[in-house]
Design a binder for this molecule. Structure first.
Ligand SMILES: [Cu+2]
Length: 180
């Protein structure tokens, strides 16, 4: 190593500062990437990637909960749809879509969440038009740090069990940035 460094020193002299700077940026980038990966998880089923299923902690006095995803990616050439979900932590799971009713954000049940071919659908919390899964009648409140299993049923790809992380969303990471 020392020998290599000695040989490189002369030709790189003029750009030495730039290289050190670049290396620092790359190192910082690697650290940030590492941190991000440590806090994310994903599941695969055929051409589908179920990226980071998460739920928000229950608000006091509520019986229902919401499950979101960083995204659902369909990398295949064939469209698919999420048609159902179930979990042991709630009586049942509904597929919901947010919509604006005048000034009020409301949600309605939908029969499926469309996953067109070669498309990434964001299902993050917040934002008109966005989808989420609604956990109806939770058996107990969801607390930050909890994890639970959820079974997702896709029309074509079949069924996949995923693990949902309960976490307080970081500010600024909402689907407002990802209209679709
Ligand atoms: Cu809902």
């Amino acid at each position: 190593m020392h020998f290599t460094a000695m040989r490189l020193r002369a030709p790189l002299r003029t750009t030495g500062f730039g290289l050190v700077f670049m290396a620092s940026v790359l190192f910082m980038g690697a650290l940030l990437l590492g941190a991000g990966q440590a806090q994310a998880h994903d599941f695969r089923l055929g051409d589908l990637v179920i990226d980071h299923p998460y739920a928000t902690p229950s608000l006091a006095g509520t019986r229902n909960g919401s499950v979101y995803f960083k995204s659902l990616r369909n990398r295949g050439h064939q469209a698919d749809r999420l048609v159902a979900a179930r979990t042991a932590v709630a009586e049942r799971v509904e597929l919901h879509q947010m919509h604006m009713d005048g000034q009020i954000m409301r949600m309605r049940e939908v029969s499926a969440i469309e996953l067109p071919a070669r498309t990434e659908v964001h299902l993050r919390h917040g934002g008109a038009g966005s989808h989420h899964l609604m956990l109806i009648n939770l058996k107990q409140p969801l607390k930050d740090g909890d994890r639970f299993d959820l079974e997702l049923v896709f029309e074509k790809a079949g069924t996949r069990q995923v693990n949902v992380w309960v976490q307080t969303p970081r500010p600024g990471h909402t689907s407002h940035k990802h209209p679709h």
